[in-house]
Design a binder for this molecule. Structure first.
Ligand code: NAP
Length: 266
């Protein structure tokens, strides 16, 4: 079995910890380095309730890459840091697999160009949950027949970006399939923002509440009917199979592959 050498950036964060915990238990993965601004010096095994892994969290990505020679960098930080990290990785021949959300399409283009120049594959996936990817796929299909729709996404109250990367991606997929955008009647908002944000011509509503993990529903309206497509992530473990899939396929990618669905045969 071929072992993939991987480093995790954002390893002390909520996602970084949960994914590191899963990666440490995957047979074909060797976690050789971990980077974060928090928990410097902590062992990534003990930090995650596992036996010591012999890998500690450090703060300098370039140094970790030079010392550990990874093939893949998994990133769960914040958008600005993820882009800076990806540049450092790609320039050193390391493939980024980025789960961090909030990266703009322009920034993705820039990263794609750098990856092409350096002949390094990358995956950027705002959602690694297979169920969520299927939800987006089905929403895209339904948009061909129901051009009127709104997206409601709900996350825990520690999430700092809104709308979620998944909601934006869903709107992009749907907008690409809506043949003719219907004319909407103007609505007088008695309270600013009452109709949500508009992205790609679709209303997007963001809910942030303690107790939530990651949830989204897309409601389609047609004559005399409503169709709701909904996905609920009840635990962060949901993201591990998709992350592993991306890590195992990233070396076959050319440039940036944006969205887990592009690694599946849908
Ligand atoms: P979090 O708990 O805040 O963790 C982020 C970690 O990254 C923090 O420890 C943070 O340190 C650290 N960090 C920030 N900038 C850094 C830098 N320049 N170098 C090294 N470490 C840095 O956030 P989270 O809930 O894990 O979410 C992380 C990202 O994953 C978010 O963008 C979220 O939307 C995304 N996400 C993606 C998926 C998916 O399936 N793709 C699923 C869930 C979440 P500080 O506290 O010092 O800033």
């Amino acid at each position: 079995m071929v072992t993939i050498r991987v480093i995790v950036t954002g390893a002390a964060g909520r996602m970084g910890r949960e994914m590191t915990r899963g990666l440490l238990q995957a047979e074909d993965i060797a976690v050789v380095g971990a980077v974060d601004r928090q928990q410097a010096g902590a062992d990534i095994g003990t930090l995650n309730g596992l036996p010591p892994a012999g890998v500690t969290i450090t703060t300098d990505l370039a140094e970790v890459i030079a010392a550990t020679r990874p093939q893949v960098m998994v990133d769960f930080t914040v958008a600005a840091a993820a882009l800076a990290n990806a540049r450092i990785a790609v320039e050193r021949g390391v493939s980024p697999v980025i789960g961090t959300t909030g990266i703009s399409l322009d920034q993705l283009d820039e990263l794609h160009q750098l990856c092409e120049d350096r002949q390094v594959g990358a995956v950027v996936a705002p959602n690694f949950s297979l169920g969520a990817v299927l939800m987006m796929h089905f929403a895209g299909e339904a948009a061909r027949y129901f051009p009127r729709a709104e997206i409601i996404e709900m996350h825990h109250d520690q999430k700092i970006d809104a709308p979620s990367g998944t909601a934006l991606k869903t709107a992009e997929l749907m907008a690409a399939r809506i043949k003719e955008t219907p004319k909407l009647l103007p609505v007088e908002e008695k309270v600013a923002g009452a109709r949500g944000a508009t992205y790609q011509g679709l209303a997007v509503h963001s809910v942030r509440l303690p107790g939530a993990v990651a949830h989204q529903e897309v409601i389609f309206g047609g004559q005399g009917q409503l169709l709701t497509i909904r996905h609920d992530t009840t635990s962060r473990e949901a993201f591990l199979p998709g992350l592993l899939l991306a890590m195992r396929k990233v070396n076959q990618c050319r440039g940036v592959v944006y969205g887990l669905e592009n690694l599946l045969e849908l």
